[in-house]
Write a protein that binds this ligand. Structure first.
Ligand code: FMN
Length: 181
């Protein structure tokens, strides 16, 4: 059974980003896919120091945060969805710090994520979803990961956002179709 990794880049386990990913999860499960979660734990996250020690092992030399857990889950997944809350019109900084290191280790050195379909979603109060999605898509397009699209940009404004809910469902269905192909 193919497995989709759902990355909640918000430290709020039950916030809007989790809700958006749950909408997608329901669709993915209905299409016969398996899901695995990565939850940002809210503890301090290191930034990349460009030491290059990941070049051979494809793991980060820093083992005191969640980076290597994220790398293992990315490597094991067939498809990837990264969800972020919008912070000052960009993705959450702690999430970007982890993604910088995980993709440097697994993609810059070895292109180990090539071919895995991927999608970025962003939740916000009012503005900044599309630059946040664009920023996260940069990790995928660096890594030969086909970017899954929907019928609008993948922003979600919360439970009252019926339109955004539809966009996320379409996105999940397109991810499923890509994995089935
Ligand atoms: C530091 C910080 C910055 C934020 N900046 C923005 C912003 O630029 N635009 C916006 O619409 N919402 C902004 N918000 C609101 C969050 O993006 C929004 O509530 C989001 O859905 C939270 O997701 P979560 O519940 O998964 O944490 C900000 C929130 C925080 C904590």
């Amino acid at each position: 059974m193919k497995k989709v990794l759902l990355v909640n880049g918000s430290p709020r386990r039950n916030g809007n980003t989790a809700a958006a990913l749950e909408i997608m999860e329901k669709e993915l499960l209905e299409r016969g896919l398996e899901t695995v979660w990565f939850q940002l734990d809210g503890k301090p996250v290191r930034g990349c120091i460009a030491c290059g020690r990941c070049a051979s092992e494809h793991r980060c030399a820093f083992t005191d945060d969640q980076c290597n857990e994220l790398i293992e889950k990315l490597l094991a997944a067939d498809g990837v969805v990264v969800g972020t809350p919008v912070y000052f019109a960009g993705p959450n900084g702690a999430l970007c710090a982890l993604l910088d290191r995980a993709f440097y280790a697994a993609a810059n050195f070895g292109q180990l994520l090539a071919g895995k379909p991927a999608a970025a979603i962003a939740t916000c109060w009012r503005a900044g979803a599309t630059p946040s999605i664009d920023r996260i898509n940069k990790y995928f397009t660096f890594s030969q990961m086909p970017v899954v699209s929907s019928d609008y940009w993948n922003g979600y404004l919360g439970a009252q956002d019926k339109f955004g809910t539809g966009v996320l469902k379409t996105l999940a269905n397109n991810m499923a179709k890509m994995l089935e192909a």
